[in-house]
Design a protein around this ligand. Structure first.
Ligand SMILES: Nc1nc2c(c(=O)[nH]1)N[C@H]1C(S)=C(S)[C@@H](COP(=O)(O)OP(=O)(O)OC[C@H]3O[C@@H](n4cnc5c(=O)[nH]c(N)nc54)[C@H](O)[C@@H]3O)O[C@H]1N2
Ligand SMILES: Nc1nc2c(c(=O)[nH]1)N[C@H]1C(S)=C(S)[C@@H](COP(=O)(O)OP(=O)(O)OC[C@H]3O[C@@H](n4cnc5c(=O)[nH]c(N)nc54)[C@H](O)[C@@H]3O)O[C@H]1N2
Ligand code: SF4
Ligand SMILES: [Mo]
Length: 717
């Protein structure tokens, strides 16, 4: 922990209730501040959602970053070639003027649509600042990383009308169905709740090719071949219907397309699903019966998201939830509810007050192919990322020439690092806002120093609480760091003086004003939030009045998906890797899973922090002993992963374990080597995305690529 000066004992210690924002769990925190310096961060036992749960990233990550010697404290301008690493310190005014000159020139020459923004999503205020800046400049183009994250779940939840993401009521459940989720590493709140469920005699069913800690406390473990879960979901629906285990009344009153779903599910006998997935038919039947004896909650993760059949796979499970009687009931999956009068950030993004004309928004890159994902009718209205990257490189369907990245490290986290880097290098102008130097920032023309989570304020709706939580700015920004809203306002102003704006969609002058906008008429005040760190609100279950679908019902048969010309019923698609010809199968005999989470890291973050490097110094490749023998690799050996068609390779250290099945190898994500002299600071060396493709096949609804379940081989490094 960072210690302030020797006089600190004599000054008053302030304990400020806030929210940890180092990952999406958003645990309640108590931040200890003395003399304006954060001394310590502890869990807040009173927080209704996290109830005192916390993790090492929350304890050490934000202070490690905020007080890091590597922290970016001043605006920098590139001198020399892009990526050469030579910078000059400039003032904010110079930086913003330089950026505005470049952006205005690009806008003049190639049009407003040639400007693009990148953030991780608009679930946070800083994402909204990015969207509104771009819209103000006349561009609907901004990128999020949700196609690589929870996007398939979100689109399925929306199409089905369930709206249950983050509504898992494990605390009151009798059974939890955990599909593609490693709660132990990814979410301490969920993990504690699962252990409690087990302790009170509840049941846990896990569907996962890998043995996770949850498998250790499970009653039943289904171990599918990667990417085959939709077959299991559909067979479970069939069993539930055949054995009359579904909720007849709910189905009749509140669902649409039950007959069609029944017919589709009929095609998936447990025996057929067993053939497709490798999971014994009797286990699929047993799992369905366990789940059907509710109340049961469906806990899902990245394991069935972010791949080319992600939406339909999620649809299979969402339809199972939909007919099971576990929707918005105690111990089931609660629907998202907000306090009356409160706006969440996505409502702001969709608010007609802040929109560009339809004919402009319809040109959002990717909106033509993925209208339920990208553009005006899409979930967040963002772009389809690979379409943007191709537009940068080819000028088709129109040129994209200037980019502003904030809150994402896309050289490391987007698939196909060499291609991402080529695209960024070819831009006329690249500006990156960041708290530390990253492989993405290294390629910028201008780097802006950004505040960290301890120096910013934001609001978060947490449906699982349900609770609204405040992240408080507890320390003054170090150096000249500014928050995303300030940066957006600063650039907007400079563009305005150059006559290069379309409309002003940034009415908020401070983060607090934006927070007040979200709080709206809810009756919850910033004062209360500052005092407690959170606010609860009244909530009632069984909200079945109107589901947000064309029919107003839970759509087992999705009218919205039908309208975009995709199968409106959940379907099973053969995994991409099985479609390869025999020659390719011989050359790339293994199946690669990526994205293993580690407690020490959040994606590419904290990679330079000593405490994290001590616990986890190197990227690992999990491999079964038999497979290791067949591939002649030994424990702790460095190997290179190669995949079909990838330009790069990725070096990882072998870890032999029976946790991963034979023929399947599994590794993490987000690796790079801060401060190393290698190109891209290790982004081409130890980063799994240097061997991934972003070029499809794409999920027909969300446009997601396969982030796992792909063919690979390993060779000695
Ligand atoms: N410590 C830490 N926590 C994090 C993060 C972090 O970086 N670090 N990141 C956060 C973010 S943004 C996300 S999206 C989440 C991700 O966290 P999770 O949702 O838990 O995702 P993963 O760990 O990628 O994968 C979960 C499980 O899916 C399994 N899996 C792989 N392929 C398949 C398949 O085909 N079928 C099934 N059924 N399972 C499969 C894997 O074996 C793994 O056990 O974690 C969040 N929490
Ligand atoms: N191959 C493969 N690729 C993947 C994945 C995978 O499993 N496999 N996982 C995908 C997933 S699930 C995700 S979510 C993405 C993550 O992708 P990214 O969002 O790009 O990854 P991060 O490293 O979390 O964040 C990048 C930067 O954002 C800044 N930042 C993040 N949060 C805050 C904040 O609260 N305040 C401020 N000021 N700055 C912040 C950090 O400083 C960090 O440098 O990667 C995806 N990429
Ligand atoms: S799980 Fe850890 S990193 Fe995520 S919000 Fe909680 S304390 Fe912070
Ligand atoms: Mo994610």
């Amino acid at each position: 922990m960072h210690k302030s000066s020797a006089t600190s004992d004599s000054t008053e210690l302030k304990v400020i209730p806030s929210t940890c924002c180092e990952c999406a769990v958003q645990c309640g925190s108590l931040v200890h501040v003395r003399d304006g310096v954060v001394e310590d961060i502890k869990p807040n036992p009173n927080h209704p959602l996290s109830k005192g749960a916390f993790c090492i990233k929350g304890l050490r990550g934000s202070t490690g970053l905020t007080y890091s010697e590597q922290r970016l404290l001043h605006p920098l301008r590139r001198v020399g070639e892009r990526g050469e690493g030579r910078w000059e310190r400039i003032s904010w005014d110079e930086a913003l003027n330089f950026a505005a000159d470049r952006c205005a020139a690009v806008r003049q020459k190639s049009g407003p649509l040639s400007l693009v923004g990148v953030c991780n999503n608009a679930n946070a205020g800083r994402g909204v600042a990015m969207v509104m800046l771009l819209r103000s400049l006349g561009s609907p183009n901004w990128m999020i990383n949700q196609d690589l994250c929870g996007g398939c779940r979100a689109v399925s939840s929306r199409a089905t009308g369930l709206d249950i993401t983050y509504g898992e009521d494990i605390d009151n459940a009798r059974c939890a169905l955990v599909v593609g989720r490693n709660s132990y590493e990814a979410d301490p709140v969920e993990w504690i709740a699962l252990k409690k469920l087990k302790k009170r005699g509840g049941q846990i069913v896990v569907i996962d090719p890998k043995r996770t800690p949850t498998v250790g406390i499970a009653d039943l473990w289904l171990r599918p071949k990667p990417g085959t879960d939709a077959a299991i979901g559909l067979a479970a629906i069939r069993v539930m219907i055949e054995e009359s285990l579904y909720d007849n009344e709910f189905v009749e009153r509140f669902t649409h397309g039950f007959e069609e779903l029944r017919e589709r599910a009929c095609e998936f006998t447990p025996e057929r699903a067993a053939e497709l997935s490798g999971v014994p038919a009797k286990d699929i039947v047993a799992a369905t019966r366990m789940y059907a004896q509710g109340p049961s909650t469906f806990v899902s993760g990245h394991g069935i998201d972010a791949f080319s059949a992600g939406v339909q796979t999620f649809r299979a499970f969402h339809c199972l939830v939909g007919i099971s009687g576990n929707v918005d009931r105690l111990g089931g999956n609660r629907r998202v509810k907000k306090p009356k009068g409160f706006l969440d950030t996505l409502q702001v993004v969709h608010d007609p007050k802040f929109r560009l004309p339809k004919e402009i928004e319809n040109q959002t890159l990717g909106a033509d192919k993925y209208p339920l994902w990208a553009g005006p009718r899409g979930w967040q209205t963002a772009c389809h990322n690979p379409t943007v990257i191709n537009a940068i490189l080819t000028g088709q369907p129109y040129p994209v020439r200037a980019m502003y990245v904030s809150g994402a490290n896309i050289v490391v986290t987007y698939p196909n690092t060499p291609k991402t880097v080529d695209a960024l290098r070819s831009l006329d102008f690249l500006m990156v806002a960041s708290d530390t130097m990253t492989p993405t920032a290294e390629l910028a023309d201008i780097i802006l120093p950004k505040t960290t989570a301890l120096e910013e304020s934001d609001l978060r709706l947490q449906p699982g609480g349900p609770v609204i939580s405040l992240r408080q700015s507890v320390a003054a920004p170090r150096g000249e760091a500014r928050n995303d809203l300030e940066i957006a306002l600063g650039l907007f102003e400079k563009m305005q003086t150059r006559g290069a704006v379309t409309t002003n969609f940034l009415p908020w002058k401070t983060e607090d004003e934006f927070i007040e906008h979200l709080l709206g008429d809810s009756g919850i005040t910033l004062e209360t939030l500052r005092r407690d760190g959170y606010a609860t609100y009244p909530y009632s279950l069984e909200n079945f009045e109107k589901f947000p679908t064309p029919t107003g019902k839970v759509e087992l048969y999705s009218e919205a998906i039908a309208r975009v010309g995709v199968d409106p019923l959940p379907s099973y698609d053969e995994p991409t890797r099985d479609r390869a010809d025999s020659d390719v199968k011989l050359q790339f005999p293994l199946t690669l899973l990526t994205g293993d989470r580690e407690k020490t890291y959040h994606h590419s973050r904290f990679r330079d922090q000593p405490w994290a490097k001590k616990i986890s110094p190197d990227p690992r490749l999990l491999i079964h002993p038999e497979t290791a023998r067949a591939m002649s690799v030994s424990q702790d050996q460095w190997v290179r992963i190669e995949t079909l068609g990838a330009r790069g390779s990725c070096k990882v250290k072998v870890k032999i374990t029976e946790d991963t099945p034979e023929g399947v190898v599994s590794t993490g994500m987000g690796w790079w080597r801060p401060g190393s002299m290698t190109p891209g600071s290790g982004a081409f060396d130890v980063n799994i995305n240097s061997v991934m493709t972003y070029d499809g096949p794409w999920d027909p609804i969300s446009g997601s690529v396969d982030s796992r379940g792909i063919r690979c081989r390993i060779v000695a490094a």
